[in-house]
Write a protein that binds this ligand. Structure first.
Ligand SMILES: *[C@@H]1O[C@H](CO)[C@@H](O)[C@H](O)[C@H]1NC(C)=O
Ligand SMILES: *[C@@H]1O[C@H](CO)[C@@H](O)[C@H](O)[C@H]1NC(C)=O
Ligand SMILES: *[C@@H]1O[C@H](CO)[C@@H](O)[C@H](O)[C@H]1NC(C)=O
Ligand SMILES: *[C@@H]1O[C@H](CO)[C@@H](O)[C@H](O)[C@H]1NC(C)=O
Ligand SMILES: *[C@@H]1O[C@H](CO)[C@@H](O)[C@H](O)[C@H]1NC(C)=O
Ligand SMILES: *[C@@H]1O[C@H](CO)[C@@H](O)[C@H](O)[C@H]1NC(C)=O
Length: 279
């Protein structure tokens, strides 16, 4: 970079450009020539990255590149002469949305997993060579959490599952002893990871009526999910059977009563009819 910085001023050899070149070196060492900001964005939504050149050099071209393992890939350029030129591979994906030679913004119309990574903006200046900044894009997915429990003959299992990007972390808040937990995680092709933690309670009676909290940690935020352990008596077979038989009994009694009243009414009507005929 310093070679480039000195390149042009030395050809001109005027004191003015010499001072200019030296100033550029000072700014270069300060490493604050381009202000950028890393961005966290929801996956499958638009995202923008900004670069702002602090010094007022004459910029010829602004280039945005994607950092890749081997070498950076050109995405889009902006210059006064040629306007915006988007590389074919990025045509429908993004554009420069702030057209400036000092400030430049690119917008991804709808981020996909491949867009996560770091990007460089290069300000190709007259006299100071290329001045660059780097901005990294992180794409996240908010957690979807489920918390449920099930009583068994001799144990109780409480399961908390969270799917998010990046992978969430699950922890428990529970009182009592004889409790173990095991956690598994599974990565999905859509970039999310499901983390499932099972709390295994050896003596289920100790937890009846108690509250359990599943804590999900994601991007520095902690979310609490609460669940009170109710023994599932609504689904116990004896109770269900007695309710069903009670309902059947009530229906039978109603039918019987209705039928009896109807018959009495019939009798009343026919005797009345005879009386009318007699009159
Ligand atoms: C972005 O892409 C996703 C997945 O392809 C799609 O479901 C969503 O509707 C798109 N959003 C916008 C704003 O285009
Ligand atoms: C990008 O933006 C420029 C300037 O606003 C516009 O002229 C051009 O058509 C856009 N290109 C694409 C591929 O959207
Ligand atoms: C660049 O942006 C900064 C703040 O974001 C603003 O103060 C400055 O005037 C802008 N420069 C140009 C040339 O648009
Ligand atoms: C309850 O959890 C334990 C420990 O994770 C597991 O070994 C057991 O199979 C689970 N019980 C049922 C019925 O799923
Ligand atoms: C769950 O397991 C981890 C590691 O085995 C342990 O540190 C933690 O205390 C356990 N949590 C509960 C609530 O038992
Ligand atoms: C990702 O895939 C998993 C498993 O197929 C699914 O449960 C989850 O809802 C998906 N998430 C998104 C944001 O598409």
């Amino acid at each position: 970079m310093e070679r480039l910085v000195f390149g042009r001023p030395f050809y001109h050899l005027s004191t003015f450009s010499l001072i200019w070149g030296m100033a550029a070196v000072v700014l270069c060492t300060a490493q604050e020539e381009v202000v950028t900001q890393d961005e966290k964005q929801l996956l499958n939504t638009p995202a923008t990255l900004k670069c702002s050149l602090q010094s007022s050099q004459e910029v010829l071209v602004v280039t945005w590149q994607k950092k890749k393992a081997v070498s950076p890939e050109n995405m889009v350029t902006f210059s006064k002469n040629h306007g915006v030129v988007v590389q074919p591979a990025y045509k429908d994906k993004l554009n420069i949305t702030q057209l400036g030679l000092q400030n430049s913004t690119i917008t991804f119309w709808n981020t996909t997993l491949e867009d996560e990574g770091c990007y460089m903006c290069l300000f190709n200046t007259f006299g100071s060579g290329k001045i660059s900044g780097t901005s990294c894009l992180t794409l996240y997915v908010q957690p979807i959490v489920s918390l449920h429990y099930k009583f068994f003959e001799d144990h109780l299992n409480i399961t908390c599952s969270a799917t998010a990007r990046p992978a969430p972390v699950i922890s428990w808040k529970v009182a009592g002893s004889g409790i173990e937990n095991s956690t598994e995680s599974l990565s999905h092709p859509n970039g999310t990871t499901s983390v499932t933690s099972v709390l295994h309670v050896k003596d289920p009676k100790t937890q009846v009526g108690k509250e359990v909290i599943c804590q999900v940690l994601h991007l520095g935020k902690v979310m609490d999910f609460r669940q009170t352990m109710n023994k599932g008596f609504w689904f116990s077979v004896p109770l269900l059977l007695s309710i069903v038989s009670l309902v059947i009994l009530l229906i039978l009694i109603s039918i019987l009563l209705y039928w009896k009243r109807h018959r009495n009414q019939d009798r009343g009507e026919s005797s009345q009819g005879k009386m009318n005929q007699a009159n």
